[in-house]
Design a protein around this ligand. Sequence first.
Ligand SMILES: Cc1cc2nc3c(=O)[nH]c(=O)nc-3n(C[C@H](O)[C@H](O)[C@H](O)COP(=O)(O)O)c2cc1C
Length: 192
Amino acid sequence: MARLQISDSEKKRAAVRILGISGSGRERSYNTALLEAAKTLVPEAAVLEILDLSRFQLFNEDLLAEMPEEIQEFKERVKQSDAVLFATPEYNYSVSAVLKNAIEWGNQPNNSWDGKPAAIISASISLRGGAGAQAHLRQIMVDLNMHPINQPQLLLARTGEKFDANLKLVDSASLKTLQSLLDALVEWSRRF
Ligand SMILES: Cc1cc2nc3c(=O)[nH]c(=O)nc-3n(C[C@H](O)[C@H](O)[C@H](O)COP(=O)(O)O)c2cc1C
């Protein structure tokens, strides 16, 4: 039987477009570094693009009438994506203000997050690995009508031991879990 030939453009068209969103604007952010690691592990059938939303103006309903251009572009990119990968820091047992702010912009006036498959990863210097932030983000996603995968979970604790001085993720167990999580996200997204 003749083998089915798939052209490069067809492969590109079929690729799952994942939007990587970091909740930190810190120059040496572990969560952004985690997304950079994900970029190197993403399955061939997918592409991961990382967005910087840390300089967004604070959400205010009064601004909706004249929404800043970068926010309009952000909302469009969320809408165009096939899946969202959140990398969230934990601040005071919850998500960062940077992330919540972007979520609010995405949510109003029409919900760009609606129906999106998603996954959550987190990195923290503490022992808990961002468990509180992940739990809160899952709760927020109910209202956004997003569909996060449940397993595997990646809560990266004691980041100082998992990344090298150049913020490269070097912990083999974490790399393996991240790889599985990306595979699961791509598989999950294909079902939508
Ligand atoms: C104001 C503040 C509150 C924090 N609260 C928590 C917390 O509740 N739980 C936790 O695990 N880490 C907490 N941290 C530590 C951050 O998770 C840690 O700095 C992490 O590296 C931030 O993410 P980033 O490296 O991506 O910027 C807090 C840090 C700050 C500055």
